[in-house]
Every structure is written in structure tokens, then in C-alpha cells.
Design a protein around this ligand. Structure first.
Ligand SMILES: [Mg+2]
Length: 175
């Protein structure tokens, strides 16, 4: 039960993922959620760590594509300062956006990873497509009721999954 929500890895924050770690697992590109994974609503610039991380991946030749359920206008505005590609209206937990990201990269599914802060959308969508996933801790909790409700459900599913899979613990890197 709930294995569809099980992430491949659990890492404290997106900027802890290094090109070396990715290359070890044959990963050549990163798909990522936007809100609370890459940036917080109250800090659209992103943290210094995030900006440095994007630069490090760029130098390593690892493309990053944002895959977000938000609309085109909102996502474009959010990512244009980072100079990265994006897929809007991704319809996570459906696989549409992730499939589109993989197609644009012209890579196979096992050469791509999906990073996100929600198991019910980001991880579920990745598992549906057969792409490995990295769950990260949300940067900041939003005030929206919908998000609060989702987090409540997520906490319960996580509790269940972690009980069944003791190896599911937060780590500083993907191993
Ligand atoms: Mg998110």
C-alpha cells in the first residue's frame, strides 16, 4: 500500500544534490518542482545556496527543467531569472509534465530524476512515469488550506511508509 508514493531518495534540500552524486547513478538531467522545492513564495530570488547550485549544475552540463502545476505566466515569471526551461500545467500527480520534460531532454527515463517536496504530487507523478525521484523538505509552509490539508495526508502516508521501510530516512545526499 502507498508504494506509489515512495521516493527513491530523501534529501534535506535540493542544493545538497551534487553533480557527482547524480553521475554515480547515471543521471544526466534534473526535473524539479517549483514551489517550496526550488523557491519559497516569500523569496522569489531563491537563496544563495540555490543560485550557486544552479550554477554548479550548469557548469557540470546537467540541465534543469522546472515541472510545475502552476500556470504558464506564473512559472515563466518565477524561473526567467534563473535562465532554465520549464513545463507549466504539469498536472501532477499525472505524468504529463514529467513525460514532456523527459521528451525535451531527449534522454531515457533512467537518465533523469524528479525532485519535489510532495509525495502526493511530485513523487506520485515520477513513479507513474517510471522516473526516479528525490523528496526534499519543503522550504517553507504556505498558508493555503489546500496545501495544509495535503501536508496532513502526506504526513500520514510518510509515517506508514517509513514504518514499513526503515531505510526511508532524511539524508544529506543521494547514496
Ligand atoms: Mg512544491
Amino acid at each position: 500500500m502507498f508504494s506509489n508514493f515512495k521516493p527513491t531518495w530523501m534529501v534535506d534540500a535540493i542544493y545538497k544534490i551534487t553533480p557527482e552524486q547524480l553521475q554515480t547513478h547515471g543521471i544526466k538531467a534534473v526535473l524539479t518542482d517549483l514551489d517550496n522545492t526550488l523557491i519559497a513564495w516569500n523569496n522569489p530570488e531563491g537563496t544563495i545556496e540555490l543560485q550557486q547550485w544552479l550554477l554548479t549544475l550548469k557548469k557540470a552540463g546537467i540541465p534543469v527543467i522546472v515541472v510545475s502545476n502552476n500556470n504558464e505566466e506564473r512559472v515563466r515569471y518565477a524561473v526567467e531569472r534563473f535562465d532554465i526551461d520549464f513545463v507549466a500545467r504539469a498536472l501532477k500527480p499525472l505524468g504529463k509534465g514529467i513525460r514532456e520534460g523527459v521528451r525535451r531532454l531527449n534522454l531515457s527515463k533512467d537518465e533523469v530524476v524528479m525532485v519535489g517536496d510532495q509525495i502526493m504530487t511530485d513523487v506520485r507523478a515520477a513513479n507513474r512515469v517510471g522516473v526516479r525521484s528525490i523528496l526534499v523538505k519543503p522550504i517553507i509552509d504556505t498558508d493555503s488550506w489546500k496545501t495544509q490539508f495535503n501536508r496532513l495526508c502526506e504526513r500520514q502516508i510518510m509515517r506508514y511508509l517509513q514504518k514499513k521501510n526503515p531505510e526511508m530516512v532524511w539524508q544529506g545526499e543521494i547514496t
